[in-house]
Design a protein around this ligand. Structure first.
Ligand code: NAD
Length: 435
């Protein structure tokens, strides 16, 4: 069991989506697009088309447990839209996964891929299970049966899963193998987030943090702030936070505060990030006891005066209660949903530029796309090539959204939805409705 826990908590790239909060996540998700649809003067029929998932599949997954009993789990896959290409989205294993949530997250993936010009549609999957209660063999049997039941849904040209909450490289390897056994060929491109030896991509672990920093550098240049003069605060020191901190540190910026669950660490002269990463990695992934800075609370950390604040921990960190106290010029959303909807308005009034999660942390899905491309070619790129192409796509995406935000005088978040919806709607217009 500890082996499984360790495997599930290992640092690796995921395609996690936000945790929807309302009782009806899908309805609230679509509500957020009304604004963009109004700006685009979207036809009511097209709005309805974009509000409706293309395919919703629910399967029973019987598993023979180690003690010989049969347990039946429920599995879902929702394809929100595939007009831009095969659909893409993670699979989460959690006891409280439910269809409405999966539908909302599938739609979110449509916008996320469209926003960075990745030629994929949006999907999401889930199984109602607490994987920590299963042994490794039980988890493998569950994954293989889920894959088999989804054989007509998944496919390199149809729908491509990836890791999300409580799923990892090993689970992707089992999906790839089970699918390939059924198709009688090596279909490595059917999932992304695989181990590199099975057709995963180099640069994947750092991809999300790298995208956060590419877009942050683009935003700094718009504000005419040189990275070497910039002061940075990073909340969360896991995969996204530590990679973001390291990459901007390499640009000469001064990282004045970092944090993790153990608290905040502040040094007005700048924190030695390589030292902090080494400390955390050799201290059970915790900054507790780090001596290169003075201890502050996570609340105070968010309210520090700085050029860039990178919330890279979890959702709902900046809400209506603390938004007015934020003294950053730029917020780059490394995490999913760190700023609540009612905080957005306050930040906008205070002239703070927010690089929305849908853009800022899309480096991960972009390198997933590269993984799929490499698998289909059977030719694997150097890390340098992956990073170069990632930087280019993220920079272009930022510039596109910036142009849209200026054109309509709207925030970058609103621009992200306007841009994505317009892209999907324009493609629909060209392709037409199949009759
Ligand atoms: P992680 O588990 O590696 O790291 C999370 C970090 O946040 C840890 O250092 C943890 O100690 C810290 N943390 C948790 N609660 C905190 C709190 N209240 N205050 C301060 N620090 C706190 O996770 P990650 O993979 O880096 O993901 C972070 C966020 O980014 C999540 O919202 C995730 O959905 C999102 N995201 C991650 C990826 C990816 O590729 N890993 C891609 C897109 C989005």
């Amino acid at each position: 069991m500890s082996e499984l826990k360790e495997a599930l908590s290992k640092e690796y790239y995921k395609e996690p989506a936000p945790i929807p909060q309302s009782d009806s996540p899908f309805a609230s998700m679509m509500e957020r697009f009304r604004f963009a649809a109004d700006i685009l003067d979207l036809d009511e029929g097209v709005f309805q088309y974009l509000s409706t998932p293309e395919k919703v599949v629910m399967v029973a997954i019987p598993v023979t447990m180690d003690d010989g009993r049969i347990e039946v789990f429920e599995g879902y896959r929702v394809i929100h839209n595939s007009i831009l290409g095969p659909s893409k989205g993670g699979i989460r294993y959690a006891e409280d996964v439910h269809l409405d949530e999966v539908k909302a997250l599938a739609a979110w993936m449509t916008w996320k891929c469209a926003c960075v010009n990745v030629p994929f549609g949006g999907a999401k999957g889930g199984v109602r299970v607490d994987p920590k209660k299963l042994s490794m063999p039980e988890l493998e049997r569950l994954t293989r049966r889920y894959t088999t039941n989804m054989f007509e849904v998944f496919g390199p040209d149809r729908d491509i899963p990836a890791p999300d909450m409580n799923t990892n490289e090993q689970i992707m390897a089992w999906i790839m193998d089970a699918y390939s056994m059924k198709s009688h060929k090596n279909d490595t491109a059917v999932v992304t987030g695989k181990p590199i030896i099975l057709g995963g991509s180099k640069g994947r672990r750092e991809a999300t943090g790298r995208g956060v920093i590419t877009t942050t550098l683009a935003a700094l240049s718009k504000l005419k702030i040189s990275p070497s003069d910039a002061s940075i605060v990073v909340q969360g020191f896991g995969n996204v936070g530590s990679v973001s901190a390291q990459l901007i540190y390499e640009q000469g910026a001064k990282i004045i505060a970092i944090s993790d669950v153990s608290g905040g660490y502040y040094n007005k002269n700048g924190i030695d990030i390589p030292k902090a990463i080494h400390y955390s990695q050799t201290n059970g992934y915790s900054l507790e006891g780090f001596d290169g800075a003075e201890k502050i609370s996570n609340k105070d950390l968010l309210e520090l005066e700085c050029d860039v604040l990178i919330p890279a921990a979890k959702e709902d960190q900046i809400d209506k209660d603390n938004a007015g106290n934020i003294r950053a010029k730029i917020i780059a959303e490394g995490a999913n949903g760190p700023v609540t909807a009612n905080a957005d308005k306050i930040l906008e009034e205070n002239g703070i530029m927010v690089i929305p999660d849908i853009l800022a942390n899309a480096g991960g899905v972009t390198v997933s796309y590269f993984e799929w491309v490499q698998d289909r070619h059977g030719y694997f790129w150097t890390e340098e090539r992956v990073n170069r192409r990632l930087n280019r796509m993220m920079r272009e995406a930022f510039d596109n959204l910036f142009t849209v935000s200026e054109k309509y005088s709207i925030t970058l978040r609103q621009a992200a939805y306007v841009y994505s919806i317009d892209r999907v709607a324009t493609t629909l217009k060209l392709r037409g409705i199949y009759a």
